[in-house]
Design a binder for this molecule. Structure first.
Ligand code: ZN
Length: 329
């Protein structure tokens, strides 16, 4: 998202609130942008900063070509500073350091911008220091706080900021964004069913563990359909070793859920809804011959039950053994 016009398509409400205040020349001194990864927090922060420094704005839009716009884009503007957690939190020393830098570099203008990533990790001291700084009337300082975890924002910060809620991406626009980023269509369909988070989808796309997890789900499906007698062996030789941690075990079951949902879609003639297997996949047709519609519904329930057991710390191998037994009826 390079322009407010583009923001309007993805985050219409947030875009409208901010562009209205630009038009009225009533920008807030502190914004809190809250939303999951991939919802456009950093893009919006960049746009706000460019709007404050652009030498040649076109209405509400910064020109994106002047030296100010370019330096902000590349992170090299002396009056626009980005701050992110060092380790677990943003500490008061980081704020002190930043304020020192601001004092030295305030050559270009009185206007200064802080962009604070992970604002939920500000320690109380660091937050107080920033707020004091913001409230000095002599300063033209704008703070843009970004958070994925709005629950953890200190009330003192929240109450002094204009809070902008960013909505999660819907699967349709996420799929489109992923394809724009070069992801193959089928993979984009799958990823947008898996997460509503752009960054996560892009990262998972290059994640070897995840690719192997998907392969194992396909293989487990094959074994269940073609060699049901080997299913325990498969679990012990392949599955258990890959899905080690609790969240991995849950992801394995979530993948299995998507795979079996596809089979149900095939049964009811909604192949276009398939997300795990591409439409026309032979394995889905075979599965549809193995399992009746009613059986598939039971399987989906069994997978959900298995997930609950994992959450309740039932031994994961036992959970999987029980699950395949139920799948085989
Ligand atoms: Zn510009």
């Amino acid at each position: 998202m390079q322009t407010w016009d583009e923001v309007a398509h993805v985050q219409p409400l947030a875009g409208k609130i901010i562009t209205n205040s630009i038009k009225k020349n009533r920008m807030s001194h502190a914004y809190l942008l809250q939303g999951g990864r991939g919802t456009g927090k950093e893009a919006i922060a960049l746009l706000i900063a460019k709007g404050l420094f652009c030498e040649n704005p076109q209405g509400v839009e910064p020109c994106l070509r002047c030296s100010a716009c370019k330096r902000i884009e590349s992170g090299n503007h002396p009056d626009v500073h980005w701050l992110e957690p060092e380790g677990q939190s943003i500490k008061i020393d980081q704020i002190r350091h930043l304020q020192k830098e601001f004092t030295y570099s305030g050559l270009e203008s009185e206007q200064k911008v802080y962009v604070i990533k992970g604002a939920d990790t500000l320690t109380a001291n660091a937050a107080n220091r920033i707020l004091k700084f913001l409230e000095e009337p002599s300063r033209q300082t704008t703070a843009i706080m970004l958070t994925e975890n709005s629950q953890a924002i200190l009330p003192t910060i929240r109450s002094r900021c204009q809070v902008i809620d960013l909505k999660p991406l819907d699967p349709g626009s996420l799929k489109q964004r992923l394809q724009e980023e070069g992801m193959a269509k089928q993979q984009a369909v799958f990823m947008s069913a898996w997460t509503n988070n752009l960054d996560e989808a892009l990262a998972l796309n290059n994640n070897e563990w995840f690719a192997t997890a998907k392969k194992l789900v396909v293989q487990l499906t094959e074994v269940l359909i073609q060699n049901p007698n080997d299913v325990y062996l498969f679990l012990h030789n392949h599955w258990v070793g890959h899905f080690k941690e609790k969240d991995e075990q849950e992801q394995g079951l979530d993948l299995l859920l998507l795979a079996f949902k596809d089979m149900l879609y095939y049964h009811i003639g909604e192949e276009s809804q398939q997300v795990f297997f591409p439409p026309g996949e032979e394995l889905v047709e075979k599965a549809a011959m193995t399992f009746s519609r009613e059986q598939l519904v039971e399987v989906l329930n069994a997978v959900l039950l298995a997930k609950r057991k994992i959450k309740q710390n039932v031994h994961p191998t036992l959970v999987m053994e029980q699950l395949v037994l139920q799948i085989q009826g």
